[in-house]
Write a protein that binds this ligand. Structure first.
Ligand SMILES: *[C@@H]1O[C@H](CO)[C@@H](O)[C@H](O)[C@H]1NC(C)=O
Ligand SMILES: *[C@@H]1O[C@H](CO)[C@@H](O)[C@H](O)[C@H]1NC(C)=O
Ligand SMILES: *[C@@H]1O[C@H](CO)[C@@H](O)[C@H](O)[C@H]1NC(C)=O
Ligand SMILES: *[C@@H]1O[C@H](CO)[C@@H](O)[C@H](O)[C@H]1NC(C)=O
Ligand SMILES: *[C@@H]1O[C@H](CO)[C@@H](O)[C@H](O)[C@H]1NC(C)=O
Ligand SMILES: *[C@@H]1O[C@H](CO)[C@@H](O)[C@H](O)[C@H]1NC(C)=O
Ligand SMILES: *[C@@H]1O[C@H](CO)[C@@H](O)[C@H](O)[C@H]1NC(C)=O
Ligand SMILES: *[C@@H]1O[C@H](CO)[C@@H](O)[C@H](O)[C@H]1NC(C)=O
Length: 910
């Protein structure tokens, strides 16, 4: 337009002056015409004076179409005015006004650009009624104030509206959504309030929507997801809340997404994997949480910039991040991400120039992956070991647990971080003797046990057996009565054995000591109205502490409930602190016959009561949890159990896995509860073997005390039932006794086949809305559930493989490449679940469990992690015997086929 204009004015000059230049200009297709409309001339002149434009730009005597800067004509009529960046006369700048009334008489005006020209005033209401042919309105940075007039919605030919960097107030008029031709809406950097009009979903031609830097509130309308031509969406720096609508994933053309600096909560929906053209994903500075979905990034191959800074994300970074080809900026700082860095091997292709993972919970050694980045910030994590040469000297390494680096965390911080996760810390490369006893590596004490056992020899064994007989006879009804206490295996000792008198639990480490008076007050004197339920380990009351914190209080009447139960639970809490368990706030032990445990109240109750919620108090219609949330719950549960089974030493068994044990916080993150039955597998394995030896019917003990067998495989079985509930919506599967549930399983299981996806639709919860994509995940979860329900405990998958499978459900049912091989394996071993989990088992060398470690292989210690320089020498060298076999993570060792289990779990589906 400019070029054409200057060419035109050049031509005019040439004609007038009669000079001959080289004929480089092209003849315009139409002969230039002077302004033909006297009304428009008058209007331009009036505009010139009302805005105080200079004669230099708009010389009063010359023809506007030929000479005036920024005036564009067609057939002698003005169609464009560009006063962008113009300066006013001295007089005009004395009292600048938004006085453009004359524009109303320029009836064919298509474009008005006044960017950076001061127009302090509001956009006139008549704009929308008079400027009917306007297509482009650019008032960027004009100091415009007031509201965006509703009438603008009548300017139906508008395609581009730029109003950014002003002081506009009020709400965004919904009438704008009548402008179906709009392709650019830039309202950024104003002071607009209210919410984004839901009707914006009508603007099907929109390619740029920028409303950043305002005070918008409310949620992001799912309607935005229908703007299929959208390439640029910026809603950053507002006060938008609620979660990111999954519908945004439909924006297949989107290149640039910025939702940073809002109040968005919830997790990143995996539906965003539909953003196949996305180059920038910026969601920094929100309240987002949860785990990044594993299936999110594989389809986002165009990504260059990923900024997740300052949220509350947890879990590991998906491995696929490292193979996004064009990644140039990865900033995940200020979250709760954890895990170890992968070794930069073949699959790592990211060449990000900038890599910022500071202020997270990453640990383990530094890996060659870092050699590929030019700008590295890993400060504020828990990395250990030395700093390899490939890490540049300008990398930020502070506040870690690194050797020979300044400004690192204290030994105490590092040790307890690693110990909390059941990992060994390399102790800054110092000899282990200086380590606090807290993190004494399990291997050491274990050796002592072996030596001790050897010394005691056969005699000791007989004594032990006799002792056991006596113990068993004395307390036939008590469970978990082994004598593991004497063996100090560090932080995660046996929880199955109640502490013997004289070795009390350190109660100060398990929350506050409340007075009975406080609890009376909190619960309205244990008013029946506050009774939540009569649990088998005590009555649960709802309450509110003095400081207003809602709690759940368990009252344990020692006359009817065994003392061990609550001590066992306190013992568990004194040793295990993990985000997947319900927080214990304290206890009250001052009464003789009544003890109390105080838990944090979980806003969403438990799975059994929140899978379906009444939509309102009046009508009876139920709203059910969506699939994404269900998958998240399954994952959370698996994480908790996987922690118990594989990261505690000896492994803990939950023994009460059912929907009502799966508590849900405000974000539907799982916090496992019902922990009074938790016990260590090792202890009970002892017992069960001895029972078997003595041919004592363990089932009778089981029947009498109502406590199920303490093997991990039992948890897996129960978890399978929970998964089935999530898939089918048939609550009660996990809570009912096994005889009752058999019939249900017989009905359901035949519809789960790894070979036939469609079958599963017959049993899927009808209230679930699942599309083709999601159905595959549902199918995968059903398949996992079925393998958990294998009647043979030894054939059930380990929890860590279940976790892995749920993290990447599609891998369970896809994997076309190895499909045939899998099937062959399956038939030859006759094990269906080997087919499902085979790939993870065989590739367990590269399996990284979030929050855990890289498994070295089936036989290696699950607690040790590889990749730390200082740890090689201290690996447990188990010679054999009970203890070592329990530490080995072989499925048969972890889940021995216990006698008596068969009468608990008998569904027959193989
Ligand atoms: C508008 O006018 C300014 C100043 O004369 C000029 O720099 C700019 O290129 C023009 N823009 C358009 C789109 O014509
Ligand atoms: C527009 O033109 C009409 C006549 O054509 C005239 O009466 C009126 O004053 C003009 N308005 C402006 C703002 O110039
Ligand atoms: C208005 O003019 C400015 C300055 O030249 C330019 O950058 C901008 O792109 C123009 N706006 C439109 C819509 O063309
Ligand atoms: C709006 O655009 C259409 C198509 O470009 C055109 O025919 C019509 O005249 C325009 N309306 C106005 C009021 O200029
Ligand atoms: C908006 O108004 C405030 C005060 O009224 C002023 O300080 C600020 O510079 C203005 N911003 C713009 C972009 O005009
Ligand atoms: C748009 O135009 C219609 C008819 O011309 C009128 O009734 C309505 O009030 C106008 N809307 C606005 C918001 O000005
Ligand atoms: C990380 O987790 C800890 C403990 O749960 C919490 O206090 C902290 O606020 C979290 N940090 C972020 C950035 O969410
Ligand atoms: C890594 O990059 C190379 C070259 O850019 C490319 O040929 C190769 O396919 C990429 N590998 C992966 C796993 O993306």
């Amino acid at each position: 337009m400019v070029d054409q204009r200057s060419v035109v004015s050049c031509a005019f000059l040439l004609v007038v002056v009669g000079l001959l230049f080289e004929p480089t200009f092209e003849q315009p297709s139409q002969p230039p015409m002077p302004l033909v409309s006297p009304a428009e001339r008058a209007a331009l002149l009036e505009l010139r004076s009302s805005l105080g434009l200079r004669g230099k730009d708009w010389p009063i005597k010359a023809d506007p179409c030929f000479i005036w800067k920024g005036v564009e004509c067609r057939n002698g009529r003005v169609v464009g005015i560009n006063i962008s960046g113009f300066r006013r006369t001295r007089l005009g700048s004395r009292n600048p006004q938004f006085s453009v009334n004359a524009l109303a008489n320029i009836t064919l005006l298509q474009s008005f650009n006044a960017s950076s020209f001061l127009l302090p005033g509001s956009i006139p209401d008549w704009f929308g009624q008079q400027l009917m042919s306007l297509q482009v309105l650019d008032l960027t940075a004009c100091s415009v104030i007031g509201a965006i007039p509703l009438s603008l919605g009548n300017s139906t030919n508008l395609t581009a509206l730029y109003l950014s960097y002003n002081n506009l107030t009020g709400t965004i008029p919904a009438s704008l959504s009548q402008l179906l031709g709009l392709s650019v809406v830039d309202l950024s950097q104003n002071r607009l309030t209210g919410s984004i009009p839901t009707s914006f979903g009508n603007l099907g031609n929109l390619s740029v929507l920028d409303i950043s830097g305002n005070y918008l509130s409310g949620s992001i309308s799912p309607g935005i997801g229908t703007l299929l031509k959208l390439q640029y969406l910026n809603l950053s720096n507002n006060m938008l809340s609620a979660s990111i609508p999954p519908q945004l994933g439909d924006l297949g053309s989107l290149v640039d997404l910025d939702l940073s600096a809002n109040l968005l909560a919830g997790s990143v929906p995996s539906d965003l994997r539909g953003l196949r053209n996305l180059q920038k994903m910026i969601v920094a500075d929100n309240l987002l949480s949860g785990i990044l979905p594993d299936n999110l990034f594989p389809t986002l191959t165009q990504l260059q910039v990923i900024v997740l800074r300052n949220n509350g994300f947890t879990g590991g970074l998906p491995n696929v991040l490292w193979s996004i080809p064009k990644l140039s900026l990865l900033d995940v700082s200020g979250n709760n991400f954890t895990g170890m860095l992968p070794n930069s091997s073949s699959n790592a292709n990211a060449t990000a120039a900038v890599f910022n993972i500071s202020r997270n919970l990453f640990y383990g050694g530094l890996t060659p992956l870092l050699g590929r980045f030019s700008d590295i910030d890993i400060s504020g994590n828990y990395f250990e070991g030395g700093v390899p040469g490939y890490v540049g000297t300008n990398a930020s390494l502070g506040s870690n647990c690194l050797q020979n680096v300044k400004n690192q965390r204290t030994l105490k911080e590092c040790s307890s971080f690693y110990a909390d996760r059941g990992l060994a810390f390399d102790n800054f490369g110092q000899p282990e003797s200086t380590q606090p006893p807290l993190v004494k590596p399990p291997g050491k004490s274990n050796k002592k046990v072996i030596i001790l056992a050897a010394v005691l020899g056969g005699v000791g064994l007989i004594v032990l057996l006799v002792l056991f007989c006596v113990v068993l006879l004395l307390c036939l009804r008590k469970r978990g009565t082994t004598t593991q206490r004497g063996v100090d295996v560090g932080l995660a000792t046996a929880g199955g054995s109640p502490p013997p008198p004289g070795a009390p639990i350190n109660f100060s480490s398990v929350g506050d000591a409340f007075t009975y008076q406080q609890l009376l007050q909190a619960t309205g004197e244990f008013n029946n109205a506050n009774l939540l339920k009569n649990g088998h380990s005590g009555d649960l009351f709802r309450g509110v502490l003095e400081n207003g914190i809602p709690v759940v209080i368990k009252r344990i009447d020692l006359c009817s409930i065994k003392k061990e139960a609550y001590l066992q639970e306190l013992d568990f809490f004194s040793k295990v602190s993990h985000a997947r368990f319900v927080p214990l706030l304290g206890h009250c032990l001052e009464n003789e016959n009544e003890k109390f445990l105080v838990y944090k109240s979980m806003p969403n109750g438990d799975l059994s009561n929140s899978l379906f919620k009444k939509t309102s108090t009046e009508d009876d219609s139920l709203q059910s949890l969506d699939w994404i949330t269900r998958l998240k719950i399954a994952l959370g549960g698996a994480e908790g159990l996987s922690y118990l089974h594989h990261e505690c030493n000896p492994p803990y068994v939950h023994r009460d896995v059912q929907a009502s044990s799966i508590l849900l916080d405000d974000k539907f993150e799982v916090r496992l509860g019902s922990l009074s039955d938790v016990c260590s597998q090792e202890g009970d394995t002892h017992q069960s073997r001895i029972t078997r030896l003595l041919r004592l019917p363990q089932s009778s003990e089981h029947g009498a005390s109502g406590s199920p067998t303490a093997v991990c495989a039992y948890d897996v079985y129960c978890f399978g039932k929970v998964l089935l509930e999530l898939v089918t919506g048939k609550l009660g599967i996990s809570a009912s006794s096994d005889t009752n549930v058999k019939e249900l399983l017989d009905q359901i299981l035949p519809y789960i086949s790894i070979y036939d996806k469609e079958l599963v639709t017959k049993i899927v919860d009808p209230s679930l809305i699942v599309d083709e994509d999601l159905l595959e995940e549902v199918w995968a979860m059903a398949v996992v559930a079925r393998s958990c329900l294998n009647p043979k405990p030894s054939r059930r998958p380990l929890m860590r493989y279940i976790l892995k499978a749920l993290e990447n459900p599609l891998k369970v049912v896809r994997e076309d490449s190895s499909g045939s091989a899998r099937l062959r394996t399956a038939s030859s071993r006759g094990s269906w679940n080997a087919a499902v989990f085979g790939s993870w088992r065989s590739s367990s060398e590269v399996v990284v469990i979030p929050g855990a470690s890289t498994m070295k292989g089936e036989g290696a210690s699950g607690l040790k992690h590889s990749g730390t320089s200082g740890s090689q020498g201290s690996g447990p060298t188990n010679g054999g015997g009970e203890h070592s076999s329990s530490r080995r993570r072989h499925s048969r060792d972890i889940c021995p086929e216990p006698s008596g289990v068969h009468d608990v779990e008998k569904p027959d589906q193989d």
